[in-house]
Write a protein that binds this ligand. Structure first.
Ligand code: GLA
Length: 727
């Protein structure tokens, strides 16, 4: 519920358990008043602290700069006295960049608009507040948008900037939101990583000055996820305050957290201003992507569940969103580039015999690609490998009884490709410089409409040429050499964002033209695992690291924000190709169970005993996947923290079914049975576990017994079913 209290000049946005409050000073300046557990009253102006020095500019014009220096501006700008982190910079033709935003009007309405060309949350059971601010000198109008969805403790922010002046201006910074937090002992929680070890949870105490995370790679990146939470010191799963921000965008971003002279904390998030300058001509509008803010007054668990529910119900759009995905087998770790039609059909036949439902042909089927040094851009089938052609292969796979999927890397071009020989100007490059390669490839300049059009049409032609049910859309290098021979000099600063918009545009078309297609995004593993991509695809390849132990950490970080149903997780062969670790086949299966689940190995070559386990693993997947798709996730213990064992639990929304995954990473001599406290059960419900019956209350307060297992890397799945709740 959103309301405006005219008497107090207070805007109050309520969700089930939280309130987000803003207020006006001098009827002009929009200040941040409060974000936290739900408040009943709107008599909150005193929280702006305006009755003590310094006074507002109206009361004390001689101290306007001092006012700006400490007022908790809701959407701060720089240059007029607020010396903290800012959100907006507008460069005028005279070279000056100051903007003073004052309140003009507002509107509250049912529903929520989607953002044109950008991913955004959606749904009719929502309400929106738009607050219009304006700067008379520059003619810039800023609309702050706030939306909430019924039953969900999240506030979604975005910003529209309009140029109402006659001259163009250059936007050199347009962040999507800011949050001022009162003094306290806080830490940041973010998801840090690298290739093959994405999204490791990382905490840092907040000290004086600015800190933060960012990427300028043109993808959200392996290194930092566009997520940051300011959490009170010592926050656990069930205790502590959490102010979380997640950016619905897949390219350059910045989060800055600043503790100032008064111990106040300001956190801002948005498109990274580096390499960004957007020419906004008279009458034009720029829309900044959404930030999803979640507050939890009771620890991280609630934040996680809020993000999961929001993204499952109001972000992902795919027809596959709530459906069990086919169990796939991908040939990447099985064959790398060394495959042909016969090899794929051999894999498919054995896969079918063991209950697998789809074969995905990964990199290497097109152009003359035998390694990663050629053919990106040449999206036509390599018939010397795929003998008989793509349609023949797809038909044969369907005859075997499997669905068929295929890999693309649409945003790239190999210097050794027909496309590059024809169109060297289609790669991003700076005048006079040879563009730098990574993985032997260059990035296509998708700001050039004919390039995006050509690539889209090539992909669509392939998808129409054979029965293809699934696409893995990969993106394997960061953007460098940010120059376009298409855009004029004064728009070169738009390349990074336009490139992203072009990718979004291509994926949007793909979904419209092939509505039943199961699209899985990927970026050198999980380098673009963000809410932006989830708007287009219901799942994302989580990491090129398929080692079950490393996956415990990667998946814990990913599950902190993103629904389990979105997390691409496969069982691969051992020794693991990334870490060399050998883990039991059963553990690899149990760990992949809390993601999309599939196989990434040569099923014709693994041991007979591993192969024999596959049908049983698939049965488990079918049994527990409905919980994975829609249940509540609880983190019980973290291997990243205790270095010993991992444990998480999923409970159906009606609390009748649950399963617990326990992985003992390291065996300990002379260890004792553990009792792990479960969560989310009906306290007075009786739950059956194997032959035994336990009271929910007991399992949550005293714990579930977990036996000592002999050996490293052992896992078990514990199933719970509510049998009675008569107490
Ligand atoms: C990336 C992906 C892998 C695989 C290769 C193919 O690394 O993450 O899964 O598709 O590319 O080149």
């Amino acid at each position: 519920m959103i309301l405006f209290d005219e008497k107090n000049s207070i805007f109050k946005i309520d969700t089930v358990n939280t309130s987000y409050v803003m207020g006006l000073a001098d009827e002009m300046y929009l200040g941040h008043v409060y974000y936290g557990d739900k408040l009943q009253s709107t008599d909150l102006t005193y929280l702006l602290g305006l009755e003590v020095n310094p006074f507002t500019p109206e009361q004390k014009p001689g101290e306007k700069v001092s006012f700006m220096d400490c007022f908790p501006m809701e959407y701060p700008t720089k240059g007029l006295g607020d010396f903290r982190e800012s959100c907006l910079s507008v460069k005028r033709m005279n070279g000056q960049e100051q903007t003073e935003l004052v309140y003009k009007s507002h509107v509250i309405y049912k529903g929520k608009q989607t953002l044109e060309g950008l991913p955004s949350t959606w749904g009719e059971d929502s309400e929106t507040l738009e607050i219009m601010l304006a700067d008379e000198i520059t003619g810039i109008q800023v609309t702050l948008l706030y939306s909430v969805f019924d039953g969900i403790d999240a506030v979604i922010k975005s910003v529209r900037v309009k140029n109402t002046a006659a001259e163009p201006v250059f936007l050199t910074k347009v962040l999507s939101g800011s949050l001022d937090i009162r003094p306290g002992s806080y830490e940041t929680l973010s998801l840090h990583g690298s290739w093959a070890r994405e999204r490791h949870m990382s905490r840092t105490p907040i000290g004086y000055g600015s800190m933060g995370i960012e990427t300028c790679r043109g993808i959200s990146g392996h290194q930092e996820n566009p997520f940051l939470a300011v959490v009170s010191e010592g926050t656990t799963q069930n205790t502590g305050e959490v102010y979380a921000m997640n950016f619905v965008y897949s390219s350059n971003f910045m989060v800055k957290v600043q503790k100032n002279q008064f111990d106040h904390i300001r956190a801002v998030m948005g498109i990274h201003p580096e390499n960004f300058s957007w020419k906004l001509s008279a009458g034009e509008v720029f829309t900044a992507p959404e930030v999803v803010m979640v507050y939890s007054g009771s620890g991280l668990g609630r934040m996680t569940q809020t993000y999961h529910d929001l993204y499952r119900n109001h972000l992902i759009r795919s027809a596959w969103k709530d459906k069990m995905r086919p169990v796939l087998i991908n040939n990447w770790e099985a064959t790398y580039f060394n495959f042909d039609t016969n090899k794929l059909l051999d894999i498919a036949r054995s896969a079918k015999a063991h209950g697998i439902e789809m074969l995905v042909m990964d990199d290497g089927w097109f152009g003359h690609r035998e390694s990663d040094n050629s053919s990106l851009g040449d999206w036509f089938v390599n018939e010397s490998k795929i003998q008989g052609g793509l349609k023949y292969l797809a038909d044969e796979i369907h005859n075997i009884g499997l669905k068929f999927g295929i890999w693309f890397e649409p945003e790239m071009i190999s210097p050794d490709s027909e496309l590059y020989r024809l169109h060297p100007e289609w790669a991003l490059r700076c005048e006079g410089r040879e563009p730098g390669q990574a993985r032997n490839q260059l990035v296509l300049d998708l700001t050039r409409p004919e390039t995006a059009e050509y690539i889209y049409n090539s992909i669509a032609a392939i998808l129409k040429s054979a029965a293809i049910e699934y696409v893995k859309w990969d993106m394997n290098r960061p953007l460098s050499d940010i120059g376009s021979s298409y855009l004029p000099a004064d728009q070169q600063g738009e390349i990074m964002h336009r490139q992203m918009l072009a990718v979004y545009g291509m994926q949007e078309r793909l979904l419209k033209d092939f509505p039943e297609l199961l699209l899985e995004n990927c970026s050198g593993g999980g380098a673009r695992f963000d809410p932006g991509m989830l708007y287009y695809s219901p799942q994302f390849w989580c990491s090129d690291d398929t080692d079950a132990v490393e996956r415990l950490i990667i998946q814990e970080g990913t599950q902190l924000i993103y629904p389990l149903s979105t997390i691409g997780a496969h069982v691969s062969d051992c020794p693991n190709h990334t870490t060399g670790r050998v883990t039991p086949f059963s553990t690899r299966g149990d760990v992949a169970l809390s993601g999309t689940f599939g196989y990434e190995l040569d099923i014709t070559k693994i041991s007979q005993s591993d192969r024999d386990e596959i049908p049983g693993q698939i049965d488990k997947f079918k049994k527990f996947n409905p919980l994975v798709l829609s249940g509540d996730y609880f983190r019980i213990a973290s291997y990243q923290e205790n270095h010993d064992y991992d444990c998480y639990q999923i409970v159906s929304k009606d609390k009748k079914k649950s399963f617990v995954t326990y992985v003992q990473v390291h065996a300990k001599p002379n260890a004792k049975k553990k009792y792990l406290r479960l969560q989310g059960l009906v306290p007075d419900g009786l739950y059956q576990i194997g032959e035994d019956i336990y009271l929910g209350d007991t399992l949550m307060k005293a714990g579930i017994p977990v036996p000592v297992i002999f050996g490293d890397y052992r896992s078990m799945i514990i199933e719970l079913n509510l049998v009675d709740s008569r107490f």
